[in-house]
Each structure stands twice: as structure tokens, then as C-alpha cells.
Design a protein around this ligand. Structure first.
Ligand code: FMN
Length: 324
């Protein structure tokens, strides 16, 4: 079973981001040219204990395909059983194991990047999920370089994961201790990509079409995964794709186009009821709107108001003066 989105292509992945890559945002990124996406992660234990309650984290629309559902866990049998429930219910295009998340809530349960401190366990867990899913769904894994600078283990991890039968590996080029600080180490990502036959997807600090092109030209990765830059500017996907295909970088959207985008995203989020009523949705949207607004002439003075916006009508009023 190989992953067809790598056939003669250099796919651009939208990175999984809890609280960000909800179904509406995925729709917008798909429109903007993202090739492959993943849901936010869901806990394997949560799936086993309360699938109906946890299902909302992994819901997706057909138009998001190819799409992976990401799980985290630390007990191989539980991860395998949770993967089976998810795959039977949702039929994703792949099931991704999170071995990179640094947050205490996940690491404290020995999941996420904690698995990088016990590579035999990571390998057993991946193998158990691969065995359970058989030909029903390919399995992939997302890792970091290691727990900290003294314990870089990605080179060993990728070989073990390949042996376990996973079909692709995304590598975020930082250690767990770095969290999101410092710079992603693309030299190490490249080194790991050359150690295995399965596709390796490079991740970390990709923020421009030139970054995407550089990864394709100068490293052995089979695709790239974009997180925070896509959160601020989803149009990066289409601009990067144009650059890869034609060598020309299309201009950034105009200020008016960005404002339209902010209103559209907000309207879609409210209509979807994904977060709840309009006020709850607006609270969830505030950080997103502030990120989109960066760089729009005149927006700086409006940031405090944007940070408190509580309805679509109010947002429209705030943004109106910026159109001129
Ligand atoms: C708000 C936020 C939430 C994240 N949630 C997840 C997650 O659920 N699963 C995961 O594997 N990585 C998660 N990540 C990490 C990203 O997928 C990605 O690896 C990281 O942001 C580095 O890529 P970037 O430099 O392009 O942002 C998250 C990152 C951010 C900023």
C-alpha cells in the first residue's frame, strides 16, 4: 500500500494544529491549495472511553481528502483498538500517530514526544496499529528530532518506524525541549530522509514559496508540512504551488482580499456551529483574526478592538474603514 499523493508530486501538507485546523479552516486551506491534511489529534484512551464525545475532533468533509486522523497514545494495544474504531467509523485516507507533541497534558500520559524517549515502545505501538489496520488504512507517524539536544533520536526512529510498517513519516525539525523556539534543523531532516525508503515530509519554519522550493531542491524530503505560516496566511499554499510549477511567485492577496477572507472565515465558522454559538465562535476566532490582520495598513490601531470582537456585525464595522 503506497500513498498515491506522493506519485510524481511534491505534496504540501497542512500541519495538524489542535484548536486551529478545524473543519472550516481545512476547507479554506483546501481551496487555497493544500494537498494533504490531518485532523487535530485525539487521545486513543479518549476514543476507547468515550468515542461519541471525542468524535468531533476528527470529523471531516469528503472535500478534505486525502486526510489523515491523528491519534496519540502510549499503550500499543489501546492505540490499535482506538485506530480500529476510528477507521471503521470515519474511513480516513491514513491514520497518523503523534510522536512529537510537547505539551504536558500529552507527555504526562507518555504520549506524543514522550515516545521519543522509548523508541522500542514507539516501534511496538506503530507495529500494533499497522497490524490492526492491515490493508484497511495506511499508517503514518509524526515525530520531532528527539527529546532534547543531547538525545537526538530521529535517525534511529525513522528506521524503526519503517520496520514497523508505517508508510510515511513527518519530521518537525526541533526537539521536544525546543518547543517552538530556535530554528528547525533541516540538515537533520534531510539526513533522516536519506536513511529510509518511505516518504519523509519535512516540517518546521516553512513560511514562503522560496522555503518550499528550497526544501524540494536541496533535501531528500518527499513533501513539506506547513503549520503556523498557513495559520496566518493560508494563501501560502497556492503561492508556493505556482512557484513550484511556473517559477513565478504570485503576489500576496490585497488588503481588501484579506479583509474579505477574514469575514468569510468568520461567517463560515459561525454557520458551522463547530465551537458553539456566535459569541463562543468569535472568542475562538479572535487570535485568528489578529493573525490575518497583521500587515494590513491601518490595522495596528484596531488590534485592541479586534481582540474583543464579539459578533460578525461588529467585525464588519471594525474592518470597514480598512477597505478604503
Ligand atoms: C497551535 C498549535 C497546535 C498544534 N497541534 C498539533 C497537533 O495536534 N498535532 C501535531 O502533530 N502537531 C501539532 N502542532 C505542531 C505542528 O503540526 C507543527 O509541527 C509545528 O507547528 C511546526 O511547523 P511550523 O513551523 O510550520 O509551524 C501544533 C502547533 C501549533 C502552533
Amino acid at each position: 500500500m503506497s500513498l498515491p499523493w506522493f506519485d510524481n508530486q511534491f505534496p504540501l501538507y497542512l500541519a495538524p494544529m489542535a484548536g486551529v485546523t478545524d473543519p472550516i479552516f481545512r476547507t479554506l486551506c483546501k481551496e487555497a491549495g493544500a494537498d494533504v491534511m490531518e485532523t487535530e489529534f485525539v487521545s486513543a484512551e479518549g476514543v476507547l472511553q468515550a468515542w461519541q464525545r471525542n468524535r468531533r475532533y476528527v470529523e471531516f468533509e469528503q472535500q478534505h481528502r486525502p486526510l489523515g486522523i491523528q491519534i496519540f497514545g502510549s499503550v500499543p494495544e489501546h492505540a490499535a483498538a482506538a485506530a480500529r474504531i476510528i477507521v471503521d467509523a470515519m474511513q480516513p485516507d491514513f491514520l497518523d500517530i503523534n510522536a512529537g507533541c510537547p505539551v504536558p497534558k500529552v507527555v504526562g500520559k507518555n504520549g506524543g514526544s514522550s515516545l521519543l524517549r522509548d523508541l522500542p515502545l514507539l516501534q511496538r505501538l506503530a507495529a500494533a496499529v499497522v497490524k490492526e489496520l492491515g490493508n484497511d488504512c495506511p499508517v503514518t507517524t509524526k515525530i520531532r528530532l528527539g527529546w532534547d539536544a543531547q538525545n537526538i533520536c530521529a535517525p534511529e526512529a525513522v528506521v524503526r518506524l519503517q520496520d514497523a510498517g508505517v508508510q510515511a513519516i513527518a519530521i518537525h525539525g526541533r526537539t521536544r525541549s525546543q518547543q517552538y523556539g530556535g530554528q528547525a534543523d533541516w540538515g537533520m531532516i534531510d539526513h533522516c530522509a536519506r536513511l529510509v525508503q518511505i516518504p519523509v515530509i519535512g516540517n518546521g519554519d516553512i513560511s514562503s514559496p522560496e522555503d518550499v522550493q528550497r526544501a524540494r531542491e536541496t533535501t531528500a524530503v518527499a513533501g513539506v508540512m506547513i503549520g503556523r505560516a498557513a495559520m496566518n496566511a493560508p494563501w501560502l499554499f497556492s503561492r508556493a504551488k505556482s512557484y513550484l510549477q511556473t517559477g513565478e511567485i504570485p503576489p500576496e492577496p490585497t488588503a481588501a482580499q484579506k479583509l474579505d477572507f477574514m469575514l468569510r472565515h468568520t461567517r463560515m465558522a459561525i454557520e458551522s456551529m463547530h465551537y458553539g454559538d456566535e459569541l463562543v465562535t468569535m472568542r475562538a476566532m479572535r487570535a485568528r483574526l489578529l493573525a490575518y490582520a497583521k500587515g494590513i495598513p491601518g490595522s495596528k490601531a484596531l488590534r485592541p478592538t479586534l481582540a474583543r470582537v464579539s459578533s460578525l456585525a461588529e467585525l464588519q464595522e471594525i474592518l470597514n474603514p480598512l477597505y478604503s
